[in-house]
Design a protein around this ligand. Sequence first.
Ligand code: ATP
Ligand code: ZN
Length: 286
Amino acid sequence: MSETLRLAIQKSGRLSEDSLNLIKECGIDFNKSDNKLTSKAFNFPIEFLFLRDDDIPGYVEDAVADIGIVGENVLAEKGKEADVVEKLGFSKCRLSIAVPKDFPYNGIASLAGKSIATSYPKILGDYLKKNKVNAEIHEISGSVEIAPNIGLAEGICDLVSSGSTLISNGLKETEVILESQALLIANKHLSKAKKSLVEQLLFRIKSVQRAKNSKYILLNAPANSVDTIIGLLPGVKSPTVMPLAQEGWVSLHSVVKENEFWEIVEKLKAAGAEGILVMPIEKIVI
Ligand code: ATP
Ligand code: ZN
């Protein structure tokens, strides 16, 4: 029988939707019903296990799942053995220390002898040890941000994305301990056949990721400004240039990085470009 890859993803939470979308964008079709813990894809040898994110590193280490999608924060906290196959670029957040606004904070040493509430005792413990700060770690499983207000701890160590939760609880962020995003992780001892399936999946993921950061650009320009415009558009290899019906004009097609587009658009116009169209790209295979 041919191999099936078992992929662990978060059942419901902040990683779930983006994880499932990524799989769909890789052209892998499946049905997910809310009450089922597993599901098989129709057109790729992959089976999904829907789990709590905290359990994913352990399941991957123990080979219950072959691969998994989990936050760097959870992988680091659980201290389980797994290979990081790829950073996936979503669920970005940071694990930070925060204290009440009026706390006289002058660096991490200010927390010596204080208590810090967190759901990340391992990461925080390692950080305090590395900085030679002796503080009490108060482990709680949720609503960490209210701990100082209810007198449970003097500081907190929790996940932050925009920081608005901290502000609304009267806290200020003082140290970033870990920058996190979703990771594709794999069991360290996969069979050759499973490794090859992971490679196939990774190839698709990379094509999708490349496309996400890029846009297809079409523009019209006077033929004599083509060299200047090509200089502004690095493209995948070299732009396509086609003559227009109107003499002395060409149509130029290329690929631009999403974040570079706004920087170069003024320069393109200054070089004589007109009718600039920018379109999404679904996949880029190189
Ligand atoms: P579970 O029930 O699976 O244990 P959970 O409540 O522990 O879920 P979520 O809040 O869904 O976890 O967060 C899952 C992961 O998403 C976090 O471990 C982190 O990597 C990432 N994450 C957390 N908060 C944010 C945020 N505000 N923005 C983006 N990503 C986040
Ligand atoms: Zn969790």
